[in-house]
Design a protein around this ligand. Structure first.
Ligand SMILES: [Zn+2]
Length: 491
């Protein structure tokens, strides 16, 4: 059934900030999820201070309804932090992700990758169905990355099993606990079953969690499946130095060369992080059209390092912006994330040439925020640009706070990137539907659901028999494993 026509009249419209003109007093209309027209209107029809631009894309996330700090889990180096996630309270996947997606929507995020962290390995399909229901209820575009993992559950093992370094292993039941591990076939079957739920706004992707957590047979099978089905792949890669060291020891031919050999590198692949990528690896990834998600806040909070952004730009690698469930202030403010990225560009390429100049870095950041990052969710779909015939995904902000008087249009994009935050977001439209209006999510009872989630987590934390404090002796062993270079055969 065709959807009714909807329209929005705004004072300013930027088809893509930093690229092209600032249009005044415009009405954008949409039908069936597509922009039908953008035409001039009179000043009386528009709301003062309203400014429309393409919706933002969150190129890498985990859909956490409550940030990990709210679950009693402190930030830290990734390899320790991952082990702390074991004390995260279990919640319903629908409730958890609906709260996360609604909060993203209030930040102007119209599309996000959801890398699913399973709570119970045996019920992934049900959890995924809950996420699909949440995506549909909230209405933003979600790419669900089906997790494929199981290797190296505690540390990145090379020569010595982790268990061997414990003097009294029996005091650590996790070491010998039997763990359920999905087979490759189960993962592929779940992907196929979920594919039946795909829609304009829900996409299913292969999500090998990272090479250190996935065996070669899985990576090779996923490469082949992706090539034959066209389905995208989303994978963490080179987030930390320890991961790079493990990969160098485990793949003497070079892990990126191995990826290339098995056909993993293609425009269908998104890599998250890439903090420790080397120039020759960036060159090969770029040549194969691989997309990168830069997740600066997460890299800072999990002590991972920072991506080599100047090389990424020099080599012309495509990149988007991801929050990774770890935004700087735990509020999913992707505008701040884009600002951080611009700051990184300007400090790692200082001087009068290149992106050290904000007239260059600002358009690059908006492009990553609105267009390139979006590809990691939808693939190339013509979105991320407000023009007739393109997807009707748009954010409308109120500029009263950030723009008290007229400035030249040429400076407007830079001012927006410098000053806007999520609190300025008034409206989010995705696929022609209004998801956020007047700053409030219109599609789910957000406050009630957040309260329910808070109550569940609070109750679980009160009743928990284990807390973060119990992980300290465990973490000492993790530190020892890496300080003795056991993850690299002692190299
Ligand atoms: Zn992640």
């Amino acid at each position: 059934m065709p959807s009714p026509r909807a329209s929005w009249a705004v004072e300013r419209l930027l088809p893509l900030p930093g690229h092209g003109p600032v249009l005044r007093n415009q009405t954008l209309s949409a039908r069936d999820g597509v922009i039908e027209g953008i035409v001039p209107t009179t000043g009386e029809n528009v709301q003062a201070g309203s400014l429309a631009m393409p919706a933002f894309a969150n190129a890498h996330d985990h859909g956490r309804g409550l940030p990990t700090l709210s679950c009693g889990i402190p930030d830290g180096p990734l390899e320790l932090w991952v082990s702390r996630l074991g004390v995260e309270p279990h919640t319903l996947s629908f409730l958890n992700t609906a709260c996360a997606f609604a909060r993203m929507a209030q930040s102007g995020i119209g599309a996000a990758v959801h890398c699913h962290n399973t709570q119970n390995g045996r019920t992934l399909l049900q959890e995924a169905q809950g996420v699909a229901k949440a995506a549909k209820a909230v209405g933003i575009r979600i790419a669900f990355a089906v997790p494929f993992a199981g290797e190296n559950p505690f540390v990145y093992e090379s020569s010595a099993p982790f268990r061997d370094i414990f003097d009294y292993p029996d005091q650590f039941p996790a070491l010998s606990a039997s763990r359920y591990r999905r087979s490759l076939q189960e993962g592929l079957d779940i992907t196929d079953a979920l594919a039946e739920l795909e829609s304009e706004t829900f996409h299913v992707q292969y999500g090998p969690v990272g090479p250190q957590w996935t065996d070669r047979a899985t990576l090779e099978a996923i490469s082949a499946r992706s090539a034959s089905t066209g389905r995208r792949i989303h994978m963490h890669f080179f987030e930390t130095r320890l991961q790079q060291e493990w990969a160098d020891a485990t793949f003497p031919e070079g892990i990126v060369n191995y990826f290339d050999k098995i056909g993993l590198l293609s425009p269908r692949l998104t890599l998250a992080h890439g903090v420790w990528l080397r120039p020759d690896e960036i060159e090969l990834l770029t040549a194969r059209g691989v997309l990168l998600s830069c997740n600066i806040s997460s890299n800072m909070r999990l002590a991972s390092g920072l991506p080599p952004i100047s090389t990424i730009i020099d080599k012309n690698m495509k990149f988007g912006i991801g929050l990774d469930g770890m935004s700087l202030e735990d509020d999913d403010d992707i505008l701040r994330e884009a600002r951080l990225l611009r700051g990184l560009m300007q400090t790692t390429q200082p001087g009068i040439l290149g992106p050290g100049d904000s007239r260059i870095s600002t358009p690059v950041c908006f492009n990553a925020l609105m267009r390139t990052g979006r590809e990691s969710i939808t693939g190339p779909d013509n979105g991320g640009l407000l023009e007739e015939g393109r997807p009707a995904d748009m954010v409308i902000v109120n500029t009263d706070r950030v723009l008290p008087y007229e400035i030249p249009d040429a400076i407007l994009p830079e001012l927006l990137l410098t000053r806007l935050t999520r609190r300025d977001v008034r409206t989010l439209v995705v696929n022609g539907n209004t998801i956020v209006d007047n700053g409030k999510c219109q599609t789910i009872p957000q406050e009630d659901m957040e309260k329910e989630l808070h109550d569940i987590v609070q109750r679980a934390l009160k009743q928990a028999t284990a807390s973060y404090a119990d992980t300290v002796p465990w973490e000492e062993h993790i530190r020892r494993y890496y300080s003795d270079s056991l993850h690299t055969n002692g190299q």
